[in-house]
Design a protein around this ligand. Structure first.
Ligand SMILES: Cc1cc2nc3c(=O)[nH]c(=O)nc-3n(C[C@H](O)[C@H](O)[C@H](O)COP(=O)(O)OP(=O)(O)OC[C@H]3O[C@@H](n4cnc5c(N)ncnc54)[C@H](O)[C@@H]3O)c2cc1C
Length: 552
């Protein structure tokens, strides 16, 4: 089978906020850099970010305060070293973004407008309306274009290539014509985002299929905290076609009120002090419980009110949320929104140090695909921020590695094997339609690996995912077209989601306590002996897990 080879010093896989930031730094170092993503440049998931990003820009907020609440919010299993670097460097990254043309909201006196999310006694959230991600992506894309960074769009990387445990490049297909391309690189930065799509209800974009976790495991890297899956309390719940779409935390932070079907402000039962501004995991559990008690709406949701605000305030603070509901026939200045938790973020991910280094020489990771900063619960505004600090750092470190090391001859046997795997989905005679496997996976994850977990449900999920892995080997695309073949991309993504799901389930089974986003009804307490991180590895195609001490 033929393939094209492209040589580059540094390959950045993923063109969201973190990947573009890494590519900017790699390119500034003077080395050839290729950035690629599954979509057209500028359209990555990061563009959906709404509320803003945390940085100690305005006193009394300080980097120390930012670090402290990130660790408290993460239930003390964050990588403390990374958190300190993150909080310290974040203000400088805001200024970088400004230099790329991002115009953050400011007050009349010229100071940054900042708002306070959960745990923020001093406001940290810097924003551009409720469309911060869109504006940030525009600035990053402009900067990438200015630096003439090469971008390969609509490209799907299916596997990282390694030789003697060092990463030497990656292989994948051009989504438009299924041409195989092999990138030979001295170093690779993985910035491929999260895995929300393995859940039935999610806020995430279509590209979030966990490819990076599966590829990293396959290349010998470790994953950390995979059981920590964040459910955002407020996803849209009023129509099937908008199910799970995010309603930003900015809504509750500016006085949005939660009520059940009976009109009761139910947060007073669960978190009377924090009320609507309890942490995400806390509010999600409260909403889940209200609905389970039969106090939900007919759409199995609760109400989020901003109808006591003026229309001017709504249009100023949450214009996108207003539009989202207006498009479904609801005027939120007159009636409440129906909302329910939606899978939102992977706190865990590839285990890295504060320079984005993995244990695989030449392989770096950044953004949502990497773990460490958020611990057991991510604070709103810490994700697109994290991508800026550690994207820059991963770009610097990958460039250093590329300067010191030579290209390595590509492993032809592995390339052939991977091509056979990819095209087996197209050319086998009979098989299952990919989305049937995907639908089953989404249901298993939503029903059994959701907001509340227990041993029985997790063991069932483990069995069902193992069965689905076998079924997935028989997936077949509905056409043999070599042109754009969406089924082929689905097949590859489903295999990745299954590996990611397996990591989440194994880690969730091992953690016999409740902490942050991981709530076990059979182990409801948070236990000091479990102030640990869970590491997932791949040993000869078998998942191996262990608990390790927190990095302080
Ligand atoms: C609706 C919504 C609102 C949010 N609001 C906020 C907010 O206000 N503040 C905040 O801090 N966080 C927010 N978040 C979280 C935040 O947006 C994400 O965590 C963050 O943008 C992730 O950035 P990233 O660069 O790591 O990944 P992404 O932006 O997801 O980019 C991943 C890139 O990798 C590419 N990719 C993936 N797999 C492959 C593959 N196999 N081959 C090639 N390319 C691949 C994708 O195509 C994409 O280009 C929000 C999330 C959502 C869903």
């Amino acid at each position: 089978m033929k393939y094209k080879t492209i040589k580059t010093d540094i390959l950045v896989i993923g063109a969201g906020g973190a990947g573009i930031r890494a590519a900017i730094e790699a390119k500034i170092s003077g080395l050839n850099t290729i950035l690629l993503g599954k979509e057209v440049l500028g359209c990555a998931h990061t563009g959906m970010a709404m509320g803003g990003m945390n940085a100690a820009m305005v006193r009394p907020a300080t980097p120390e305060f930012h670090a402290q609440i990130t660790i408290e919010g993460g239930y003390f299993i964050n990588n403390y070293k990374m958190v300190r670097v993150f909080a310290e460097e974040m203000p400088a990254r805001i200024h970088d973004l400004e230099s790329y043309g991002v115009i953050f909201d400011r007050l009349d006196n010229g100071e940054f407008y900042t708002w306070a999310g959960p745990k923020q006694k001093f406001p940290l959230n810097v924003c551009v309306g409720d469309y911060t991600g869109r504006e940030m992506m525009q600035g990053l894309v402009d900067e990438a274009r200015k630096l003439k960074i090469k971008y390969t769009d609509e490209f799907f990387v299916s596997k990282l290539l390694t030789v003697k445990e060092r990463v030497v490049g990656a292989i994948g297909i051009n989504i438009r014509n299924a041409e195989t391309v092999v990138f030979q690189a001295k170093s690779v930065v993985l910035a491929s985002g999260g895995a929300g799509r393995m859940y039935r209800v999610t806020t995430n974009a279509a590209s979030n299929t966990g490819d990076g976790y599966a590829m990293a495991l396959g290349a010998g890297a470790e994953l950390i905290d995979m059981e920590m899956v964040q459910f955002h309390p407020t996803g849209m719940a009023n129509t099937p076609s908008t199910l799970g779409v995010l309603v930003t935390e900015k809504t509750r932070a500016h006085g949005g009120i939660l009520r059940n079907r009976k009109g009761e402000r139910f947060m007073s039962k669960y978190y009377p002090k924090e009320m609507e501004l309890a942490k995400r995991d806390e509010v999600s559990r409260s909403i889940y419980t209200e609905v389970a008690l039969g106090l939900g709406t007919k759409n199995n949701a609760v109400y989020l009110h901003v109808d006591h605000w003026s229309k001017e305030k709504i249009l100023e603070i949450i214009p996108d949320v207003y539009e989202q509901y207006k498009n479904t026939g609801v005027d939120i200045s007159k009636e409440p929104m129906e909302i329910y938790p939606s899978m939102h973020h992977m706190m865990g991910g590839i285990k890295i140090n504060e320079w984005g280094e993995t244990i695989v020489p030449g392989l770096y990771a950044t953004g949502e695909v990497a773990g460490g900063v958020h611990g057991a619960n991510r604070l709103g505004g810490n994700s697109i921020a994290e991508g800026q600090v550690f994207g820059r750092r991963a770009g610097i470190a990958a460039a250093k590695f590329a300067k010191k090391n030579k290209f390595i001859t590509l492993p032809k046997d592995k390339i052939k094997k991977e091509q056979q795997r990819i095209f087996s989905f197209v050319y086998r005679k009979f098989g299952v339609v990919p989305h049937t496997v995907e639908d089953k996976l989404k249901k298993v994850m939503w029903d059994k690996v959701g907001i509340f977990r227990d041993e029985k449900k997790l063991q069932q999920a483990k069995k069902e995912v193992a069965k689905l892995k076998k079924e997935a080997r028989k997936m077949k695309t509905r056409t043999t077209l070599k042109e754009r073949n969406r089924d082929l991309q689905d097949c590859l993504e489903i295999e990745n989601m299954l590996v990611t799901a397996e990591s989440v389930i194994e880690a969730a089974i091992l953690r016999k306590e409740s902490r942050g986003a991981h709530s076990r009804t059979d182990f409801p307490k948070t236990l000091e002996e479990w102030r640990k991180n869970i590491v997932v590895k791949n040993d000869n195609n078998k998942i191996v897990i262990e608990a390790i001490s927190v990095i302080e």
